[in-house]
Design a protein around this ligand. Structure first.
Ligand SMILES: *[C@@H]1O[C@H](CO)[C@@H](O)[C@H](O)[C@H]1NC(C)=O
Length: 735
């Protein structure tokens, strides 16, 4: 830690003060509530039952496998284009975009493993109220109602799922910023106004437009109405000291789903909450926005390090899933008509024959992008897992050794320390496979380097481990020290591979090395370059038993809004706003590619990540981030990893012992015992905590820990087989 620059010192002091004072609390003021997130507040203010959207059935076009249909918003006449596909294996895909957006809206790349295979659709019947389509599978149908627009998916006489049945479809169309232009109309540049009008009218309903032109009073009224709707936060938003410039204005999308017969829904990790998701009527929605949350609290819907926008709905009759493919900040509301009822109340309903059908209603709200939703119809949980796997892939099949025990702390001090910890495992006869190095192993937090004094001969160290068939993991984070004497920085800068700030310069923020820039991992050429840095002749001191850990890849920016990157930073022509939840996936993807390439495509890689998205299961392992040495944190590790498994990410674990604070001996032993039955099994500890290698708590406790780790190894072939099944079928390992 001595290498911190003077300017980092205040940050460090705040961190230490919090740790040492023993008060455990996330600083909630650092993170937005829905009310503080302008688009969430706007969208949540909409009331159900007032949908302005109407399906224009006369615009329907059906090719063999693709149905398109225009929707019109009767309030502002803006048209949307609905696309509907039936995909192989009981999946229905619904896409909604603006018919004629001012400029393209972001569609998430690199998450689907391939363009999904479509199957024929056919119209069963049609009149002026709607259309009935066959979904191929006998008796599965989609009913599109025109006024207001609504979509129901049926099997026989049962409604499986309804879209926009509560009328909360919302699509903020891209627009020119009117308030800055309107005053000019009265002056000499009326032509600007004409141009803007032309752009707007090109996407309006031609009939309505004619009417408006015929009636100038009508036109004036419409303009007035639109102007009044400009609210705070549409074109600029300030949170704490950070201003988001929002050059594209409001762009949120939202849709509601009703699930008749469903009492419980699951998934949408990552949250420190129960497996069964709670209703959100009396608080914030669940938030999906990858964030480095210092000292996260349990049992609340706050965002954490990763996001998988997949929800699983389960009832005794059927399991279905919703995959909302959008990488922008997203909030999910859940309500249920049975949530308030006690078990006794439900029983009474049943006895009296007055029970209504249970129903869960959910609503997704994203800040930008389009609506692209995959409805997975099951009917069994296994079917939903394989349906989701057919879209985003399965868990990568890990190297056998990575299913063993991992020993980590921030930090093993030097090569001598590594050697003595390694020897400790032999001396106490505790099996282990991997020893880990955190950020202090580098030369001043310059990743791909080694501290010249503490880790002067890394190959010697790695060879020592290799002689015992053991492995090491070293951390490589995505924040790159801005330092003209650092090769990695110089190359990324000269190749133009850094994320740009809104003014076009390289984006800079504060992180472990002090001033740091962030490679633009959304670029395939950047990822290829990054992968090439893991080659043995590039990453000095490495050998085939060195693997990689990607931390801080939300990305974490200590002095950024909500400790992350500014939303108006640029990745080529896209804003960070559009891609945020994907950044961490790309970092891990490029890193794993590097490990594959350096072995000539022979070795399966092992890469651990903190941030993740849908599809991260294809790449490697995930852990639940910076937890604490508390019993409740041990307990929450179970639903957190179960939730990830339900949405494809099987290789999940929590820091054994807890990262912050120091565990009691009993808690540590119990955590070893519980962790032995979770997929990723790694002990980890904060820099400030006393040492806690397994043999430091007396012979009796050493024996208990030895027994737990040996149980893990006894079941290793079983773990390997479960992972193979996860890899082949998409079934979760932890159940
Ligand atoms: C599709 O759904 C039908 C009816 O629910 C079911 O019988 C069939 O097994 C499902 N097929 C797949 C591939 O999930």
């Amino acid at each position: 830690m001595a290498t911190f620059t003077a300017r980092m010192a205040p940050l460090l002091v705040v961190g230490l003060a919090l740790c040492l004072s023993g008060t455990w609390a996330v600083d909630k003021g650092n993170f937005k509530t829905c009310e503080q997130s302008a688009f969430c507040k706007r969208q949540r203010a909409l009331k159900p039952g007032e949908s302005p959207y109407r399906a224009l059935l006369e615009t329907m076009e059906l090719t063999n496998t693709r149905l398109t249909l225009q929707l019109i918003n009767d309030n502002n006449k803006v048209r949307l284009l609905l696309e509907l596909y039936r995909l192989q294996g009981n999946i229905t895909r619904v896409k909604i975009n603006e018919l004629k957006p001012l400029k393209p809206r972001y569609e998430v790349p690199d998450v689907l493993i391939r363009e999904p295979t479509t199957e024929p659709l056919s119209v069963l019947s049609q009149d002026e109220n709607g259309v009935v389509l066959s979904l191929g599978v006998e008796s599965q149908r989609v009913i599109i109602s025109a006024r207001p627009f609504r979509l129901d998916i049926m099997e026989g006489s049962d409604v499986l799922m309804s879209l926009n049945s509560r009328g909360l479809l919302a699509f903020e169309h891209l627009r020119m910023r009117k308030d800055t232009f309107s005053y000019k109309v009265t002056s000499t540049v009326a032509s600007v106004w004409d141009n803007i009008k032309r752009v707007f009218s090109s996407q309006a309903d031609p009939e309505a437009e004619k009417k408006e032109e015929a009636d100038p009073a009508n036109q004036a009224e419409t303009t007035k109405e639109e102007e009044e709707k400009v609210e705070d936060g549409m074109w600029e938003e300030t949170f704490k000291s950070h201003t988001d410039s929002k050059p594209n204005g409001p762009s949120a999308v939202s849709l509601d789903f009703s699930l008749p017969g469903v009492e419980h829904v699951y998934g949408i990790p990552e949250h420190a909450d129960t497996l069964r998701l709670k209703t959100t009527d009396n608080g914030d929605p669940y938030r999906l926005y990858n964030l480095d949350v210092f000292q996260y609290e349990l049992y609340n819907p706050m965002a954490l390090y990763g996001s998988v926008p997949v929800m699983v709905a389960h009832s005794p009759q059927r399991t279905t899933g919703i995959f909302w493919l959008n990488a922008a900040e997203t909030w999910v509301d859940i309500s249920s008509n049975t949530a308030g009822k006690t078990v006794f109340g439900k029983m009474l309903d049943y006895v009296q024959g007055s029970s209504e059908t249970p129903q869960t209603d959910v609503r997704w709200i994203s800040e930008s992008g389009i609506i692209d939703v995959f409805i997975m119809l099951g009917p069994t949980p296994k079917d939903v897992f394989s349906q989701y796997a057919s879209l985003t892939g399965t868990q990568s099949f890990p190297p056998l050794a990575s299913l063993g025990y991992h020993q980590c702390r921030w930090n093993y001090n030097d090569q001598e320390d590594v050697k003595s910890v390694d020897a400790g495992f032999d001396e106490h006869d505790i099996p282990y496979d991997f020893i880990w190095l955190d950020i202090e192993h580098t030369d001043g937090k310059r990743y791909f380097t080694w501290d010249p004094h503490k880790f002067a001969t890394p190959k010697e160290m790695l060879q020592g481990l290799m002689d015992k068939k053991r492995k090491m993991v070293a951390i490589v984070d995505p924040h790159i020290k801005v330092d003209s004497n650092y090769k990695i920085h110089n190359e990324i800068r000269s190749l133009g591979f850094y994320v740009k700030n809104k003014d076009g310069g390289d984006y800079e923020g504060w992180c472990w090395p002090g001033s740091a820039s962030y490679p633009d991992f959304t670029r395939a050429d950047m990822r290829a370059w990054w992968a090439s840095m893991f080659a043995y002749d590039q990453y000095e001191g490495t050998m085939e038993n060195l693997h990689t850990w990607n931390d801080m890849n939300e990305p974490s920016v200590f002095n950024g809004p909500e400790v992350t990157m500014h939303k108006d930073a640029m990745h080529g022509s896209w804003e960070h706003r559009d891609i945020h939840n994907l950044y961490g996936l790309y970092v891990q993807m490029a890193t794993a590619e590097g490990l594959i390439q350096r072995s000539g495509g022979v070795e399966r890689p092992f890469v651990l990540t903190r941030a993740f998205f849908a599809g991260s299961q294809r790449i490697g392992a995930v852990w639940t981030g910076d937890n604490a040495a508390e019993w409740d944190h041990l307990k929450i590790s179970i639903p957190m990893c179960l939730s990830m498994g339900l949405v494809g990410i099987s290789f999940c674990g929590a820091d054994i012992g807890g990262f912050f604070k120091s565990p009691s001996t009993e808690l540590l032993v119990r955590w070893y015992q519980a962790g032995a039955y979770q997929p990723f099994y790694r002990a980890h500890a904060h820099l400030d905590t006393p040492r806690r290698e397994p043999w430091l708590f007396g012979p009796e406790n050493t024996a208990l820990i030895r027994e737990a780790v040996r149980q893990r190894y006894t079941f290793l072939p079983y773990w390997y087989q479960l992972f193979y099944r996860a890899h082949v079928t998409g079934e979760p390992v932890m159940r």
